[in-house]
Design a protein around this ligand. Structure first.
Ligand code: OAD
Length: 267
């Protein structure tokens, strides 16, 4: 349980006019039952290292294996629901000027929780594309339109190359429009919260330093310390499904108290 004074200290910066950026990683979805990226995968996938599968080479070598792994991950995400941490970020939108979620996750849970401005830095399990982008980058493919199953990567209806998930793999660049928006948001926010990421993968992991250079208050929420922790003005150590709702409750209570005292002084 986080000390109340730590939450109060963090809550002070969330004024009604605050522009808030939230960089999230797999940790925020842990309490939805989705394994984090670097912990052991479950079941038959436990024998595989995600960092060996999430690569263009792995897909070139064995498109069906990589396709099956992503279809497995998509099925896990479809069964999962947003947790109290995702929902707290949606609730924050009513308390400040702007909340932009910069997520490394591909599980779609922020959008399903109701967050209205989500930048999917690493793509989404819900989108698929031609592995050659034969009609231009990206060439999205609706897999409902092509015969497919969970074992074999379907073929692009335009060029016959295998279809792949629209996610960023190791060694691949982020979509330039996505990186541009994330960089502007990081540079111009008043507060950046970093929630549930090991801070190991760039350029996402470089965004907190950009925000700090831009004068933002940095708040990290994680059960463990990370390479980003030294940058944080406040480190709230704990699971985000508990800490985020506690923080938003304190922000809301301060707001009600301020409005209450304004009303009584107006009388
Ligand atoms: P990781 O698995 O690297 O890190 C998960 C983080 O969540 C760790 O710092 C954990 O301490 C923390 N964590 C665990 N349980 C938590 C909880 N209940 N609440 C809050 N935090 C918790 O996952 P990411 O940092 O997201 O990119 O990995 C970043 C990127 O690495 C992924 O997007 C993926 C991978 O390369 C691509 O695939 C391109």
């Amino acid at each position: 349980m986080i000390e109340l004074n730590q939450l109060e200290l963090a809550a002070q910066t969330f004024t009604p006019g605050a522009r808030v950026a939230v960089l999230t990683g797999a940790g925020i979805s842990k309490e939805s039952g989705i394994p984090t990226f670097r912990e052991a995968q479950t079941g038959l996938w436990a024998q595989f290292d995600p960092q060996q599968l999430a690569t263009p080479d792995a897909f070139r070598r064995d498109p069906d294996l990589v396709w099956a792994w992503y279809r497995h991950r998509a099925a896990v995400c479809d069964k999962a629901s947003p947790n109290a941490g995702h929902l707290a970020l949606h609730r924050l939108e009513d308390l400040v000027r702007q909340v932009v979620v910069l997520t490394q996750n591909v599980d779609g849970l922020h959008v399903r929780a109701g967050s209205t401005d989500v930048v999917e830095l690493h793509g989404s399990l819900a989108r698929y594309k031609c592995s050659r982008n034969c009609q231009g980058s990206p060439t999205f493919i609706d897999i409902a339109d092509v015969s497919h199953n969970d074992e074999h990567a379907p073929l692009c209806p335009h060029c016959g190359e295998p279809v792949r998930p629209d996610v960023v793999w190791f060694g691949e660049p982020l979509r330039s429009s996505v990186l541009r928006r994330a960089t502007v948001v990081a540079r111009t926010c008043n507060i950046m919260m970093i929630v549930g990421t090991s801070g190991l993968v760039h350029p996402a992991a470089s965004l907190p330093a950009l925000a700090r250079d831009g004068g933002a208050t940095i708040i990290e929420i994680n059960p463990d310390r990370t390479p980003i922790t030294p940058l944080a003005h406040t480190f709230l150590q704990g699971p985000s499904g508990e800490v985020l709702p506690q923080l938003i409750d304190v922000i809301a209570a301060r707001r009600e108290a301020a409005e209450g005292s304004r009303e009584s002084s107006d009388r």
